[in-house]
Ligand binder design. Structure first.
Ligand SMILES: [Zn+2]
Length: 114
């Protein structure tokens, strides 16, 4: 389960962004995870809950926004949202494509208690 390593990394990044003079709790960690990122959101959330146990992020909500896979057709310049493993343009059937979203794996924000 490689999500455990990723969760540890996220916790490290999140902790380092908490202001030093803040001694309250972290309420929420907001994430963006693309559907092509090879991370299973449920597993990552599960790992986050375990890995954050002894950190300042303990008890924080781990909120995941899943980002759909969208690619751009190089033939007709139209964008298609992929709904399966097939990557061909919905407009012209072209197969020369460029992925423009869906690989995200990032923290968008951290919400601290008032
Ligand atoms: Zn096309």
């Amino acid at each position: 389960m490689h999500e455990m390593g990723i969760a540890a990394e996220i916790i490290k990044i999140a902790e380092s962004s908490i202001p030093e003079d803040f001694d309250g709790a972290v309420e929420k960690v907001n994430m963006r995870i693309g559907k092509m990122s090879s991370v299973v959101p449920e597993s990552l959330k599960f790992c986050f809950d375990i890995a954050s146990e002894d950190t300042r992020l303990k008890g924080a909500d781990f909120v995941i926004e899943e980002i759909p896979v969208v690619f751009l057709c190089k033939e007709c310049e139209k964008e298609t949202e992929a709904d399966g493993p097939q990557f061909s343009c919905k407009e012209c059937g072209g197969k020369k494509i460029e992925i423009i979203s869906g690989k995200e794996l990032e923290i968008t924000s951290i919400e601290l208690e008032d």
